[in-house]
Design a protein. Structure first.
Length: 89
């Protein structure tokens, strides 16, 4: 495994990883709403959210949110979607 890492050709300070990702429809709609709000392309927004998640992992050492936190994230997501619909209407 270590040899594989060392064999990677250097292409500058960063490299791209292409990953197919599936989201539930609600999450996809939320991402589309965020794209309009922040003015980034969908791929760039997903990259930014990934890096933010990685930073959270470095802070607390957990890969996923706790059960208690999942509920608060869901309620925030619902508020954001409701707010976006109200603005669009």
């Amino acid at each position: 495994m270590m040899n594989e890492i060392r064999k990677r050709k250097s292409k500058g300070p960063s490299f791209n990883v292409y990953v197919a990702v599936s989201f539930p429809n609600e999450t996809f709609c939320e991402i589309e709403n965020l794209v309009q709000q922040v003015g980034l392309a969908k791929a760039q927004l997903v990259r930014e959210l990934f890096l933010r998640g990685l930073a959270a992992y470095h802070r607390d050492g957990r890969v996923s949110e706790g059960v208690e936190q999942d509920r608060s994230v869901t309620s925030v997501s619902q508020f954001t979607n409701t707010e976006a619909v109200e603005v669009a209407a």
